[in-house]
Write a protein that binds this ligand. Structure first.
Ligand code: ADP
Ligand code: MG
Length: 306
């Protein structure tokens, strides 16, 4: 029997944002595993249109068929999924009960983490078009029926493009991963400013849209954005001195990070070999981060009553 929709708790969506190579996928895997260990029902959405490998870091050997195929392909190849910038209209059929989704479209890690892929452009041939349609799936997809304490971690593609296309509006929290570079610190400040502007009611750019209905739709999506806060996690930190330096820089931008994951050569070796991430040190770092993150989850009524 299908579970009544109103009895299925809405998942909390946490998007992982950051510069290319900052460690978004690494942080996603570490957070997913710690959340799972703490009793949450965890789903990871691989929303990076380009890079592959997070499935292996989660211990899965096969990439599931992408949701882009499930939804019928991009508009550029004659399919149904449009770019959210040209066409902000919500993706039809984006609320999916996991038990109704054919099993080729998802995988489950040994530890029970569900894994789905929004789409990849790598196998779409020359001139495949822009990856906006993948952002639309990322923005609109809602997997229902994962469990009683559902959390979806969305591993976004590098940089600011996904948030700028509106993906940020369907996240409850954005986590920015900051590696020890100036560029990463700037991205954290930019995302924080973007979210403050959305919360203050600033509307998206729609000057290029000719149809007033589409303008209205784009505005509605931003007005109804559910984003609550931007959190920052430092990654690849080498020592305390470096950690303090980044913290001082972030403080100038009004940001206090949740905490740090230190550099660990076993993590880079896992990515090189395509093996699951197994770093006790990083796990301990990640547990501390989750305890702080849980304060936010609790405020949003998603606590595991201890
Ligand atoms: N804490 C860490 N310690 C050591 N190496 C790391 C750490 N986090 C990430 N890496 C290295 O950085 C590379 C990029 O990390 P990844 O998580 O794939 O970044 P992103 O998803 O942001 O592109 C990985 O291949 C890995 O070698
Ligand atoms: Mg990645």
């Amino acid at each position: 029997m299908k579970i009544a929709e109103n009895k299925t708790p809405a998942d909390k969506r946490i998007g992982i944002i950051g510069k290319g190579g900052s460690g978004k996928s690494t942080v996603t895997v570490l957070l997913a595993e710690v959340l799972r260990d703490r009793g949450y029902d965890v789903c990871v959405l691989d929303a990076d249109s380009t890079n592959i490998g997070i499935h292996q870091a989660l211990g899965l050997d096969k990439l599931p068929t992408s949701l882009m195929d499930y939804f019928g392909g991009t508009v550029f190849s004659g399919g149904l999924v449009t770019c959210p910038v040209d066409d902000p209209t919500p993706l039809p059929g984006a609320d999916i009960f996991l038990d109704e989704l054919p099993s080729k479209y998802y995988a489950q890690s040994q530890g029970g983490i569900f894994f789905l892929v929004a789409g990849k452009i790598g196998n779409k041939g020359p001139g495949a078009g822009c990856d906006g349609p993948i952002s639309k799936i990322t923005r609109d997809l809602k997997i229902l029926g994962i469990g009683d304490y559902p959390v979806t971690l969305v591993d976004l593609k590098a940089g600011l493009e996904d948030p700028a296309r509106g993906v940020i509006t369907s996240l409850d929290w954005a986590i920015v991963v900051v590696d020890p570079t100036n560029a990463s610190i700037q991205i954290a400040v930019d995302i924080k400013n973007m979210v403050e502007q959305i919360k203050a009611g600033k509307l998206p750019s729609t000057k290029y849209l000719e149809n007033p209905k589409l303008v209205e739709m784009a505005n509605k999506i931003f007005i109804e954005a559910k984003i609550k806060d931007v959190l920052v996690i430092l990654n690849k930190v080498k020592d305390k001195e470096m950690e303090n330096y980044i913290k001082i820089k972030l403080k100038k931008g009004g940001i206090e990070p949740l905490g740090a994951i230190y550099e660990d050569s076993s993590i880079s070796l896992s990515w090189l070999k395509g093996n699951p991430i197994e770093s006790d040190r990083a796990k301990i770092n990640a547990e501390k981060l989750i305890k702080k993150l849980e304060k936010n989850l609790r405020k949003a009524n998603l606590n595991l009553s201890a």
